[in-house]
Write a protein of this length. Structure first.
Length: 264
C-alpha cells in the first residue's frame, strides 16, 4: 500500500501524467516499501515481549527469524531505501525527496524512542507517517494542494484506525506501553477514534470545493467514506472487524486517488 500511495502522489502532482518519469517514481515507490518494511521489523524487534501476547504469530515471536537476523535486516532495508531515494533526487535535481525521507525516518525513530509510550501522540505520529507517503511521491515533481489534502485525509483516518488497534491490543500492551485506552478507557478512545475518522470524511467532502476532481474518482471516495462510517459502530463490539473495514475503506479511497490521477 505504501508504494501505491507514493505512485498516486507522484501521478497526482505531475502536470502531464503522460510525461511522468516512470523510473524515478518506481525507485521512490520501492524506497517507500523498503522504508515501511524497516519500520515494521524495527517495531517488531522492540515489541517481542508484548507480541508474545498480542501477536504470537509474528516471525520473531515464533523464532522463524532471530533478533540478530532482524537487526541485519533493518540495516539492509534502511541503506537500500536511502540509496533508492538518493538516485532519483540526483537525477531529477530535487532535494525534497531526501528531506521527506529524513523527516519520515526521524518520525519513526522518535515514535519508537518516545511517542510510542505517550498515548495519542504515538497514534498521531503514525498517522502523519501515512499521509507523508503521498507527499513523498509528489516531491519528485511538485507538492500540490490536492496531494496535501489527500495526505491529510489519510493521516486523519489512519489515526482513527490506530486508536481502534490500541483497543484491540490493550491486553498485550499492558505493562509496556501507556496507550490512550489505558489512560482514558475503551469508550473514550473509540470516541476520539470516531472524531478523527469523521474529520477525514469531512475533509474528503471538501475536495470539489478546492480543486477540480473527476466525478468517478469522487464517487469512489464517497464509497470509501460509507465504509468508514459503517466501521464506526462496529468498533464498539469488534475492534478487529472495524480495523479490517477501515483498511478496506482506505483501499477503496486509494482507487479513487488513482482514478483521479489517470482521468482527472
Amino acid at each position: 500500500m505504501a508504494a501505491v500511495a507514493v505512485s498516486a502522489g507522484a501521478a497526482l502532482s505531475a502536470h502531464d501524467p503522460n510525461t511522468i518519469d516512470i523510473v524515478a517514481v518506481a525507485l521512490l515507490s520501492l524506497s517507500s516499501f523498503l522504508t515501511v518494511s524497516f519500520m515494521n521489523v524495527f517495531n517488531d524487534l522492540r515489541d517481542i515481549s508484548t507480541d508474545r501476547i498480542a501477536h504470537p504469530e509474528r516471525p520473531l515471536v515464533k523464532g522463524t527469524i532471530s533478533p540478530e537476523e532482524g537487526g541485519w535486516m533493518i540495516v539492509g532495508l534502511l541503506v537500500s531505501a536511502l540509496i533508492l531515494t538518493l538516485v532519483p533526487s540526483i537525477l531529477m535535481g530535487r532535494w525534497e525527496p531526501l528531506a521527506i525521507f529524513a523527516f519520515v525516518l526521524s518520525l519513526d525513530l522518535t515514535y519508537e524512542a518516545w511517542f510510542k509510550c505517550r498515548g495519542i501522540w504515538g497514534n498521531v505520529n503514525i498517522g502523519i507517517l501515512t499521509g507523508t507517503l503521498f507527499l513523498f511521491g509528489a516531491s519528485i515533481f511538485s507538492i500540490t494542494t490536492l496531494v496535501i489534502l489527500i495526505g491529510a485525509m489519510a493521516s486523519l483516518v489512519n489515526v482513527g484506525r490506530e486508536l481502534v488497534k490500541d483497543v484491540q491490543d490493550r491486553e498485550g500492551d499492558r505493562g509496556s506501553r501507556r496507550t490512550l485506552v489505558m489512560a482514558g478507557g475503551e469508550r473514550f478512545t473509540l470516541f476520539i477514534s470516531h472524531v478523527f475518522i469523521t474529520l477525514g470524511i469531512l475533509l474528503s467532502l471538501s475536495l470539489p470545493l478546492v480543486t477540480r476532481i473527476h466525478p468517478l474518482a469522487f464517487m469512489t471516495i464517497i464509497v470509501a467514506n460509507i465504509i468508514f462510517m459503517i466501521s464506526i459502530p462496529i468498533s464498539r463490539d469488534s475492534p478487529q472487524r472495524s480495523q479490517t473495514m477501515l483498511k478496506v475503506g482506505m483501499a477503496c479511497a486509494m482507487v479513487g486517488f488513482i482514478l483521479q490521477a489517470s482521468v482527472g
